[in-house]
Design a protein around this ligand. Structure first.
Ligand code: GRF
Length: 212
């Protein structure tokens, strides 16, 4: 049984999708949810599901490293096998990333390697792209630069704007994040160097392509 800890800062809709999907999974369970914001709605979702929560306010720390060390202390208390970033809006230090190397996942709202960083939906629209989407990836020291596990795309239509795209991509996020978590929990994915293997076969730069 693998222990999952989820880090959030906001609504936690991805957290909810993972809670729902793991409820009947014999290989894993969400043991703790950690937020840098006491008011994050995701903490409410966790409490409702009977999951332990903690809030660690980053503004109370002198440095990123002090904050990250406080996070590590709490995450390790929960004996996490897997750490899942789900809308956690703090940049993590290299020390944190290395501590959880090979067991730290993030979801990014773009078809990586396109559009690392912020404003991904607007950037896809501005570029006149015909599709947009999201990617679950292992976290490396490079921002949004770790090896991709699974990716899902949605067409960009004439009538789409940032809000409609956010909605469409969110729906895909809720599908692929639980898949990536369950693959990890049942030892189907491994990270070797900067390459991800699914059931022993290497995945390409975009990870496994999810089809609805
Ligand atoms: C998602 O859009 C995700 O791609 C990004 O943060 C957002 C979190 O949304 N990393 P929610 O809190 O899970 O609803």
């Amino acid at each position: 049984m693998k222990n999952i800890v989820v880090l959030i800062s906001g609504s936690g809709s991805n957290l909810q999708a993972i809670i729902d999907a793991t409820a009947n999974n014999p290989h894993c369970r969400v043991v703790g949810v950690l937020s840098n914001k006491e008011s994050a709605f995701g903490l409410e979702r966790a409490r409702k599901a009977g999951i332990e929560t903690a809030a660690i306010d980053h503004t109370q720390f002198d440095s990123r490293l002090d904050f990250d060390n406080a996070l590590i202390k709490q995450i390790d208390l929960w004996q996490a096998d897997l750490v899942v970033l789900a809308g956690f809006m703090r940049i993590l230090t290299d020390q944190f990333v290395q501590h959880y190397s090979g067991r730290l996942l993030n979801i990014h709202p773009s078809l990586l390697p396109k559009y690392k960083g912020t404003n991904t939906h607007q950037r896809a629209l501005d570029a006149g792209d015909t599709e947009h989407g999201c990617t679950v990836h292992f976290v490396s020291e490079e921002l949004d630069g770790g090896a991709a596990i699974i990716q899902a795309a949605t067409p960009i239509e004439q009538r789409d704007d940032v809000d409609s795209l956010i909605k469409k991509v969110h729906q895909l996020e809720h599908k692929i994040y639980p898949i990536a978590v369950s693959w990890f929990a049942s030892n189907r994915i491994t990270l070797n160097g900067d390459r991800v293997y699914l059931d022993g076969s290497p995945l390409g730069e975009t990870g496994y392509i999810y089809r609805a």
